[in-house]
Ligand binder design. Sequence first.
Ligand code: HH2
Length: 290
Amino acid sequence: MGNHQLSFRFEVPGGRRTAEGWSVLWQGCAVMGILNATPDSFSDGGRHFSVDMALASARSMRDSGVFMLDVGGESTRPGSDPVDAATELDRVLPVIRALRELDVLISVDTMKPEVAAAALKAGAHLINDVTGLSQSEMVRVCAEAGAAACIMHMQGEPRTMQHQPRYDDVVAEVHGYLRQRAAEVKAAGVPSVLLDPGVGFGKTLEHNLALIRAVGDLAAGENPVLMAASRKKTIDFLADVPEAAKRDPGSLALHLHSARHGAAMVRAHAASEHVQALRVQQRIEQSVGG
Ligand code: HH2
């Protein structure tokens, strides 16, 4: 079971002091629980969002052993429309402020540097940017704050990315891109990164399967790897589950496979269930090693 680490230049929950700042260390595969702060997530017919409900859900995830919470105020699902920064901030900032009392690692899922900057000031620790920190301003925001980042690979942009994704060698291209971006953003001062091949972001089923099968190659590198297939269309393609909310068992199977091959973290809606399943898998594998 692998040892993993993320470093920050400010104090974080569960962090240890190091010469350069603070580090969080863990063994095996941890869980990033999804906490959507979009009006249709905690809904009252799609119109109402409650910070109290988000906090209750976050507390229950933390109590069950979820390692990090990923707060998102903009959907990046295929075909989704963008929202402006003010709307996104209105959604995520109250949730981040409320989460501070839980003493848990907080990630913010955003593509916008201004949202990232305000979120880090409000108490977030990591920026999860599905564009791979493609805007130089995003790199600067993370570097200046001393925050860790998640770099995800995406071909195209959410509105159109599933139209005709094309690669000559999907694994070489995606892994090459992630390694290069990691080196670039770290050289620019971002203290540590998670790498995510971006299941479903500008990829066909065959592309996704190739990347899922190759997770061990990416995990053999120096940066921890995140797999994030929770409730994605890939699960429908593989197991015929048209309704997204019913895709947790398939998501779990895919994530357990990724964990067994070295993924350091998985991003999940059914986060507590993932913690339980990963604990069982990890204990079984530990006893094989004696
Ligand atoms: N997928 C979504 C959002 N954020 N972040 C990372 N690192 N990797 C992903 O694959 C990823 C992500 C999908 O977004 P959305 O459609 O908003 O749904 P949800 O946040 O419920 O997964």
